[in-house]
Design a protein around this ligand. Structure first.
Ligand SMILES: [Zn+2]
Length: 460
């Protein structure tokens, strides 16, 4: 099986150039002008198109069981949606219940993914409790190629790491593991939520009020002070606002090794969405919450200037009917999350690149190469080089379309970006040399996606 992509404009994190790309046995084997296709090769004419390395989404919930319900996508539906949107590899969160052996959680996640994914994938390990026994279990998980942790400073009484933070960071440092953190203060939120609900403030618009920017800023400060003290590699997930950004930047100036992630939703949606009447706002209930609109420009600028490193989706799909509605009489019971995996790249291309907020190399950096480096996938993934996996996106910059739940591939009954125009989309997508999207349509074989064991973080 060989594949020749001819005449496209190749975009990498470093440069933009006209070139052909030839792939054989799942890898890129030649890059250069005027390449000839051997007999039997599939040839794609990419004239007038961009050729990107496959995009990587390091923050996806493909399987997300909550106490009350489970997110709607399966590995099959999530990976199909990812590919149509140009994402060829994502990283999910393997999350043990408190007290559960992380190895058993890993087996559970494997049972959800193996043989079912269309694109490649990996997991982060959420550390929800830490002692001598879990330490040795976690070492085994690391040996299976899972080289990043996630801790929650939020979600009291479920996954919150509580007093265990320092121990986890010390262990992470000793084992050369990158630790990601959800930086909101669980106890402060809990107190605010109880007060609001008791006062009869139960609609989705109160979700924001229960998680103000100061709480995220305080969580960010606490995490980065602890990471600095432990000398650990730190990654702030889904940073949403100026207050938290200032904390992360200050920590970086003090010498803390910290990388910052924001979400496509924080760049384009704001708190007014969660205030929509008739419970419509529930579609937009996420944590941290959608913020004041003024934060959007601050985050776009931070991306352009290299302050924010990664833009991911935090895909977490719950139906409006039957799932979001669990919180109809109490916003604290609304499952948190939005379906955003499919549209991340097209929205970044349209509202980032085409609106001249950054150039195409920056797009590749924040949505492919930097996550590949930080999460130990580079240069197997996140690169368009000889020897890299042939994960490629031939991208049509002239396409104009509209996002809608009626046409999206995610298995969920609404799209938070309903009606948004996109100016560009993937035309052809290959995963390890195999074409899985053709003319924008999904054609992939089930089970082609594989678990990718990851190496250590490569700070960049
Ligand atoms: Zn998340």
């Amino acid at each position: 099986m060989s594949l020749l992509i001819k005449g496209g404009t190749v975009v990498t994190a470093e440069k933009i150039f006209r070139s052909d790309v030839f792939c054989e046995k799942e890898q890129i084997t030649r890059i250069g002008p005027g390449l000839e296709a051997p007999q039997g090769a599939t040839v794609i004419d990419a004239t007038g198109k961009y050729v990107f390395p496959g995009f990587i989404d390091p923050h996806v919930h493909a399987y997300l069981p909550l106490k009350t319900t489970t997110s709607k996508d399966t590995y099959e539906t999530a990976s199909r949606a990812a590919l149509v949107g140009g994402t060829t590899c994502f990283i999910d969160f393997c999350t043990p219940e408190r007290g559960q052996d992380p190895r058993a959680a890993l087996d559970l996640w494997d049972s959800k993914s193996e043989g079912k994914a269309f694109c490649d994938y990996s997991y982060h390990l959420a550390v929800t409790g830490f002692d001598a026994r879990t330490a040795s279990q976690i070492r085994e998980v690391i040996l299976r190629g899972i080289t990043s942790f996630k801790v929650y400073l939020a979600y009291k009484d479920s996954v919150d790491i509580g007093d265990g933070l320092d121990d986890v960071l010390r262990f992470a440092r000793e084992n050369n593991i990158l630790t990601m953190a959800h930086c909101e203060d669980a106890a402060a939120i809990d107190a605010l939520q109880k007060k609001l609900v008791a006062a009869g403030r139960r609609g989705p618009q109160w979700h924001y009020v229960s998680r103000p920017p100061e709480i995220e800023a305080g969580g960010t400060r606490r995490f980065l002070e602890a990471a600095g003290k432990a000398g650990a590699l730190a990654y702030v997930v889904h940073l949403s606002c100026e207050e938290a950004l200032n904390e992360a930047v200050a920590a970086r100036k003090r010498g803390v090794n910290v990388w910052i992630e924001t979400l496509i939703s924080f760049l384009l949606l704001d708190k007014s969405h969660a205030e929509l009447p008739d419970f419509e706002g529930a579609k937009y209930v996420v944590s941290p919450p959608l913020r004041e609109k003024k934060n959007q420009d601050i985050l776009w600028t931070a991306i352009r200037e290299g302050v924010v490193d990664v833009v991911s989706s935090d895909h977490a799909p719950f139906d409006f009917a039957g799932q979001k509605s669990l919180g109809e009489n109490d916003f604290t019971k609304i499952p948190n999350g939005m379906p955003t995996l499919e549209d991340r790249v097209n929205l970044l291309f349209t509202y980032g690149f085409k609106e001249k907020r950054f150039d195409l190399r920056r797009l590749v950096q924040v949505a492919s190469t930097t996550p590949a480096k930080l999460f130990g996938l580079y240069p197997k993934k996140g690169a368009l080089r000889v020897g890299s996996d042939a994960d490629l996106v031939v991208y049509d910059p002239d396409y104009v379309g509209t996002i809608s739940r009626r046409t999206h591939h995610m298995n969920v009954d609404y799209n938070p970006f309903e009606g948004q125009v996109i100016r560009g989309r993937p035309l052809t997508v290959a995963v390890r040399g195999r074409i899985v999207v053709r003319e924008g349509r999904f054609v992939g074989p089930v089970g082609w996606g594989r678990f990718v064991p990851r190496g250590p973080c490569q700070p960049s």
